[in-house]
Write a protein that binds this ligand. Structure first.
Ligand code: ZN
Length: 444
């Protein structure tokens, strides 16, 4: 008990301790976290009239931040789409236009920009297509690309898979991500965590008997009904997404628990979606369909106003946003989602041809040869338009285009096609592309 005579002294002591305590409290660090969810459909995340969300935990957390209802992946395959998120460049600019290509060391990634500005950088990726050997480790001082689960073949896109080890499931990725968080010591940290669970084989993350694409293709090739196996595959896919939801919410909870030490900014985006027979499309990568390119994106950050966002955004904008969060400038075609939308907002992307002639096998048994590049543009009205330099194709969400609008898109796509041959020489083409986009009303 403190006697009245000592009370002033005790008060002084408490005040001194508090002052010293506050003075010793280190300022909060800054943490930017990019989480990419492979192969995640928009309706699996958001829910739809047909089914509830398979990611209720993550969706509830996302609701505290900004959710983008009109986010478009740069393409429908992993490597180009991730390269766009990591560089802020379109596939025809960074040069990774299909799977199996390398991200050039000449292209500056967000991780390189932040590392050069003194940020500590670390990444955990969940599958071989994003291994460091493809150029995705650029700028990361710590990069985990060790995989446990095997691929049925020894190579992928003409690259041999070391030990046939191809991917990890969400529990492993989350454990590794949390270990990385424990390990990083910098006051400013950039992390990239990649989850692969929604990708085929379907059901393995959920502990089910896995369903592989070959089981879907077999009845199609034999002219038998495929609906039953497609429905089973979709259920297994959703079970994998639900398993990822549980693990991702564990990671998000851990990040939240560090909020006394870090101001945290989290950007969560899918690289592409998945088709289960809509319009005859299967899996991903051969077509640019709404199910494959309109995907989830949300941002949790004190720097962004929470709520559902109507603005149209694309993969390139992820990079610009990460740079903006770090207080760094960005160049190229992207726009930061922290800033008010440029009018009119837009998204563009592409799908390239393959090294050899590839047929797109549809769920009705037809085979469509993939012969030319395909580009897409999503204009201010949310209309998706597909085509190349010669023709425009009706897309499921398109209404009719005016003649002038169509001509401008043909010219734009022709220009993108020209840039494909001169990828990496961005100084000239980037300005040209921006001028063309501006003329079309796609950027200010
Ligand atoms: Zn992917």
């Amino acid at each position: 008990m403190i006697t009245p005579r000592l009370a002033p002294l005790a008060k002084l002591l408490v005040a001194t301790l508090l002052a010293v305590g506050f003075a010793c409290t280190p300022p909060k660090g800054e943490r930017i976290v990019l989480i990419t969810l492979d192969t995640l459909r928009a309706d699996s995340f958001f829910g739809s009239a047909e089914r509830p969300s398979s990611m209720p935990r993550t969706l509830a957390l996302a609701a505290r931040g900004a959710i983008y209802d009109h986010f478009y992946a740069a393409t429908s395959v992993t490597q180009p789409s991730h390269a766009s998120m990591l560089t802020g460049l379109h596939p025809w600019q960074h040069g990774v236009t299909r799977n199996g290509q390398l991200l050039s060391g000449d292209v500056e990634t967000v991780a390189e920009s932040l590392a050069a500005a003194g940020w500590e950088t670390g990444a955990v990726v969940a599958s071989f297509p994003l291994a460091g050997s493809f150029g995705f480790a650029q700028g990361f001082s710590s990069f985990d690309d060790h995989f446990d689960h095997r691929h049925p073949r020894e190579s992928w896109e003409d690259h041999s898979i070391p030990g046939q080890r191809f991917y990890n499931t969400a529990e492993t990725i989350t454990d590794k991500a949390i270990t990385l968080l424990d390990h990083l010591k910098g006051k400013r940290q950039l992390l990239w965590i990649h989850f692969f669970d929604a990708h085929s084989p379907y059901g393995d993350s959920a502990g089910l008997e896995p369903i592989r694409m070959v089981q879907i293709m077999r009845p199609i090739r034999r002219g038998r009904p495929v609906e039953a196996v497609l429905q089973r595959a979709r259920r297994a896919y959703e079970a994998d997404v639900a398993a990822m939801d549980r693990q991702l919410s564990r990671l998000l909870s851990r990040l939240d628990a560090d909020s006394d030490r870090f101001t945290t900014h989290i950007v969560v985006a899918a690289d592409h979606g998945e088709s289960f027979g809509e319009g005859g499309a299967l899996a991903h990568g051969k077509r640019l369909t709404p199910e494959q390119i309109r995907v989830p994106l949300f941002i949790l950050s004190p720097r962004i106003e929470p709520g559902r966002k109507e603005r149209i955004a694309g993969s390139v904008d992820v990079a610009a946003t990460l740079l903006d969060l770090a207080g760094l400038p960005h160049r190229g075609p992207a726009q930061s989602l922290l800033a008010p939308p440029l009018r009119p907002a837009s998204a563009v992307g592409m799908r390239r041809t393959f090294t050899r002639v590839v047929n797109e096998e549809r769920s009705d048994g037809t085979k469509i040869p993939i012969l030319g590049h395909r580009f897409f543009a999503v204009g201010r009205d949310g209309r998706l338009v597909l085509g190349n330099g010669q023709e425009l194709l009706p897309a499921p969400t398109s209404s009719t285009l005016s003649r002038a609008e169509g001509d401008r898109l043909l010219a734009l796509f022709a220009q993108f096609e020209q840039q494909l041959d001169s990828a990496h020489s961005l100084s000239a083409t980037d300005d040209e592309s921006r001028r063309a986009l501006r003329a079309l009303g796609y950027v200010d």
